[in-house]
Structures are given as C-alpha cells and as structure tokens.
Design a protein around this ligand. Structure first.
Ligand code: MV4
Length: 473
C-alpha cells in the first residue's frame, strides 16, 4: 500500500480523498492555488503546498503537479473529478514519471473520451447504443438529410469530443438541420479543437441512469448498482438517487449485466461509470463512460456500504478486488442534493463571498460532504458547489422525508444558496412519488422557484426601513 498520495484537486473532493487516506493510514499531500489557501483541504492534509498564485493554472499544470509529487515523495496521484481527471496525457505522464495514477489507464481514458469511438466499441461488443451515424465529415448535406430522414426526426447532433452537454444540438425537422449541423461543428471546433460531429436518433424525455463500476487490474469487474441522475438543469445535476426509484429488479439486473460487459469490453480498471439513457418504453442505450470518480459517488457508498475512494486507492496499489457481484446488495435508498452558492431566483448566478453562518444538517441518516465553514470566503473562480447533502431511508418515500427534514435544518448565511430551491423540489408531488425524467426541471422551473429573493442587499434595505419606522425617522 502507498504511504503518501498527492491530491490533484480542491474543494470537497480533496477533503473526501484526504479522509480516505486517513482511513487507510496514508499520508496526504494537498496542492492549492493562492485563492484556496484557507480551504479545508489545506488544513486537513498531512502537508499542503501552493501550486500557483493564480486560481486555475496550477490545478491544470500536469508537469508541475508531477514535480510536486516527486518533491514530496508521494507515490501516487488521485485526480478527483474535473480538472485533469479525464486527461489521458496527464495520466500517461504520471505513469511515465514512475508514479501511480489512481484511475484507469491513459489508453482507456483516451478511448472513452472520444464519444464516437466509445459508441463504435460498444456496438462491436453487442452493447445497445442509440441508432446513429459515424462522424459526418465527407458527407454532403443531401446525404446527411437522408440519414436524418431514415432515422426519423427528432435527431441529435453530438461532437465526438463533447461532454458536459457542450456540442450537442437537437434537430426537430429538416429545416433546422443544415444550420444546426454547421453551428454544432463550429461549437465543437471552438470547445474541443475537433469538429467531428455524429448524429443519433433523439430519445425524448429519457431517464439518465448510470451504473457504478469497480474493476481491479486483473480483470475482476463488478457494478455497484445504479444512480438516477435525471434531475438536472442545463446539464448540471441537482439531485442524484441510488437506486433509481423508476426501474424494476428485472431491468436493473439486465442493465447491470450490460454495464459490466461494457466495462470489460474496454479493459477497464479502477472506478468508473457507465451512463445509459432509458426511454419511455424502458429500452436502454449506452450513452458514455465516465473514467473518473463522480461527484455523486456518495449515494452508491451509502446504499452498498463500500468506500469507493478507498477502493480506488486499494485497486491502484495492486490489490485484488475481493467483492463478488453477489456480495453487492443495496440497502434502502440514498438521495444526494448539491447545495450550490447560487441565486436560483436570478437564473442561478453564482454567489461567492463570506459564509457568515454555517449549520449543516446532522442527525440519523444524514451525511454532508463539504469544504466550507463559518467565515470561509467562497472564491469566485471555481464551481459553486459548497456542500453535498446525502440522506438515507429504508424506502424512497422515507428517504425523501429525511431529505426534507435535513434541508430545513441546513442553514447557510451570507451567500445565496440553492437550499430554498431544493426544499421546493422536496415538496413537489411528482418528485415525492419518483415520477421524473430529464425534462423535470425544465418543465417545473416556475413552480420550484423560491417566492422571495433573499438578496442580502434587499435584507439590508428592509432593516433600514424597519429601523426607520421604529425610530420614527
Ligand atoms: C441524448 C439525449 C437524447 N437522445 N442522446 C446530454 C448530454 C450528453 N451526455 C448526452 N445528452 C443527451 N443525449 C440521444 N440520442 C438526451 C440527452 C440529454 C440529457 C441526457 C442526460 C441527462 C440530461 C439530459 C438533458 C438533456 C439532454
């Protein structure tokens, strides 16, 4: 086992990885930008080193991170999620430097990063994929129109190197195709420096169901059940649930078998996720594979009892996976909500600044993964997620009740947060019954919107008015 690991990340996931290191009696090295020096990861790690003065370059500087690992005597690097976590060149450089990469091989990251190559590989291995085309490079617009017509509208155009909802375009009829195709290609080129675009049949109102995979370096591959991540807003997940309240045992078993086959087809090792779209008739299709630990891994940990970050480290150190598929049993339901420092009333604009009061929810069946504390100043340069609240219940309905209780207990002052918005989701009948798909937020946004803007400046104005009234000024 390793004696020291460098964490090439920040925020709550850096804290989560430090905790896993502590559980395994491994020393942890945090790296931080100047803006992050008051972060919890810096305080909790065995040692911490500034990687850059400016907010972002350090976390993205492969050579400097590797140099830091060497300098500190770390034997392995955990990339977390985001930043360089799915960067095949970084993974390769880490390995070439004689360090251990806590994740799948560089080759597998590269292959799954190319959405079209991933599709092709899955198709060849008998994994169900959405009907679609190869990248449309030489085809004339006439041919592209014929493909779309044959598939039947609506269709969706996707950048081969896309991700996070970028470089995709839904085409509802032929009149939108030419402009949409050109725009998609331009966007793909601008964002990903690769303008390969392919076309798929568009599945309307799908569910986003993803299976957690664990695989060791010796071909032992299992899944740890699924998460329902259908509740998203503009490709940002807001709520994640394990297992999905809307798939039955039989579908779960079928999808699990396919997920493991998909991971085996790419020679996967370490933790990863197979994403599926599930249509209104419960047909399911491979969408993509995420070759990293995900934000929402905690709900899987809560229902299965397996420490995913701990397992990532143990697998990377060469341990044999000692969990058989038949050992994996989900107990009850876990729900995670992402509490973001954003103003839901103002189109979810980020709300950085000082946290003047912080009372996380506690009590039975409640877990909070966070990186903030009272008087912490949320820097404006990063993702606005400040805490993940994870609750458990023996049924979906009971988990929702725990969530509702915990969200009302949770109190964060000084910045806007999505807490009021999330509380409204808890009170929504469809959510409480588990009736939702990826169109949920878009359709329900008006009714989920908090009534009043708790804008700090509005509050100040209100106090001034109240004081003026009291003093008769
Ligand atoms: C789709 C789709 C429907 N049909 N592909 C969105 C991001 C990227 N990962 C793929 N996405 C989608 N691909 C076909 N053929 C619908 C989406 C989609 C979506 C997927 C999962 C969760 C939320 C979503 C919101 C909008 C669109």
């Amino acid at each position: 086992m390793f004696s020291k690991i460098l964490i090439a990340n920040r925020g709550e996931i850096a804290v989560r990885i430090i905790r896993a290191c502590n559980d395994l009696n491994i020393q942890s090295v945090a790296i931080y930008s100047r803006a992050d020096r008051e972060g919890l990861a810096v305080k909790m790690a065995s040692e911490a080193h500034e990687i850059s003065e400016d907010p972002l370059s350090g976390y993205l500087d492969a050579d400097k991170i590797i140099e830091m690992a060497k300098f500190t005597g770390a034997e392995a690097i955990h990339p977390g999620y985001g930043f360089l976590s799915e960067n095949a060149d970084f993974a390769r450089k880490v390995t070439e430097a004689g360090l251990v990469w806590i994740g799948p091989s560089s080759e597998v990251i590269a292959k799954m990063g190319d959405k079209n190559a991933a599709r092709e590989l899955m198709r060849k291995n008998g994994i169900p994929i959405v009907p679609g085309t190869e990248p449309l490079n030489k085809e004339s617009m006439h041919t592209i129109k014929l493909y779309a017509q044959k598939m039947g509208y609506p269709v969706i155009l996707k950048a081969s190197s896309g991700g996070g909802g970028r470089g995709i375009r839904v085409i509802w009829n032929e009149s939108e195709l030419e402009d949409g195709f050109n725009a998609c290609k331009r966007e793909a080129k601008a964002f990903f420096k690769n303008d390969d675009v392919f076309m798929e049949k568009y599945i309307e109102n799908p569910k986003h169901i993803e299976f957690q995979i664990l695989a060791d370096n010796y071909g032992n591959t299992i899944h740890l059940l699924e998460r329902d991540c259908s509740i998203q807003r503009r490709h940002q997940k807001l709520v994640e649930i394990a297992p999905s309240p809307s798939i039955n045992k039989d579908l779960r078993r079928q999808m699990g078998v396919v997920a493991v086959a998909a991971a085996k087809a790419v020679g996967y090792s370490n933790a990863g996720t197979i994403e599926f779209l599930v249509d209104e008739d419960n047909r399911f299709y491979f969408m993509e594979m995420n070759t990293r630990i995900q934000v929402e891994h905690g709900v899987t940990e809560e229902i299965t009892g397996y420490d995913l970050i701990g397992r990532q480290i143990r697998i990377a150190s060469g341990e044999i996976l000692d969990i058989a598929q038949s050992d994996v049993v989900g107990v009850g339901y876990a729900i995670e909500v992402r509490i973001n420092a954003e103003d839901a009333c103002n189109d979810f604009v980020p709300s950085p600044g000082k946290i003047t009061a912080y009372y996380p929810a506690l009590g039975p069946f409640v877990r909070v993964d966070s990186c903030v504390y009272k008087d912490f100043v949320i820097p404006p340069y990063y993702d606005s997620m400040v805490a993940k609240l994870i609750v458990r219940g023996s049924s979906y309905a009971l988990a929702v009740r725990k969530l509702r209780r915990a969200l009302h207990e949770f109190d964060i002052r000084g910045v806007h947060t999505t807490l009021p918005f999330l509380r409204n989701i808890c009170d929504d009948r469809a959510f409480r019954r588990g009736y939702f798909d990826t169109s949920y937020i878009e359709k329900k946004l008006p009714e989920l919107m908090p009534e009043i803007s708790h804008d700090p400046s509005d509050l100040v104005a209100a106090i001034v008015v109240a004081l003026a009234a009291r003093t008769g000024m």
